[in-house]
Design a protein around this ligand. Structure first.
Ligand SMILES: [Zn+2]
Length: 198
């Protein structure tokens, strides 16, 4: 946070390890306010409609034109399943019932935690919200694996498809890690570490 300013008093901040802490923070040089920066939680839903899943084509960057299940940042004072249902309504105009936790996926290199829920489409209505150009139901065999938006999306859908192939639903946890080769935008360059499912 070099060159940043205190959110409380507007004075310059400096990077230093506060007393009793163990890593650098932006600390105000005037009032001593400490700025803590913590990971973001992304919440989303894999929405089931019969045997099909609801997918959205992104109308915004990043990953413009690529496919995802509805997901976005959890808001303050919001539970993660409520946030997942809200994002689903915003991006796909679909009302859902949360059925359970599908996956908690850590992505440390971008400081994100994905909380992906399995949900059921209530009724039959859906359509593109502001951040989507198209929303559709797809069969598992028609998931556009080569055109998915993010490694997190591909990982969550792969785990889901594997479960479905075995006729089960499980809750998964794991860490998504770039293998250090090729492009960070290439989904094939990611590993799922510490995968547990039950
Ligand atoms: Zn200050």
């Amino acid at each position: 946070m070099a060159g940043s300013f205190c959110t409380e008093c507007g004075s310059p901040t400096e990077l230093r390890v506060p007393e009793g802490d163990n890593r650098e923070r932006a600390v105000c040089t005037s009032c001593g306010h400490i700025r803590y920066v913590n990971p973001n939680v992304v919440v989303g839903c894999i929405v089931e409609a019969g045997d099909q899943l609801l997918l959205c084509k992104r109308a915004i960057e990043p990953a413009l034109g690529r496919w995802t299940f509805p997901a976005g940042y959890l808001e303050c004072n919001e539970s993660s399943p409520a946030g997942a249902a809200r994002e689903t309504l915003e991006e796909s105009d679909a009302e859902v019932e949360i059925l359970g936790l599908h996956a908690a996926l850590d992505i440390p290199h971008i400081s994100q935690l994905y909380m992906v829920y399995r949900a059921r489409l209530v009724g039959t209505h859906f359509g593109p919200g502001e951040e989507s150009s198209e929303v559709k139901l797809v069969d598992l065999d028609d998931i556009p694996w080569a055109d998915l938006a993010f490694p997190s999306v591909a990982t969550a859908l792969r785990l889901y498809a594997d479960d479905r192939a075995e006729g089960t639903h499980r809750s998964h946890m794991g860490t998504i890690q770039w293998n250090g080769q090729g492009s960070r935008f290439d989904i094939d360059q990611y590993d799922l570490l510490g995968h547990l499912a039950r």
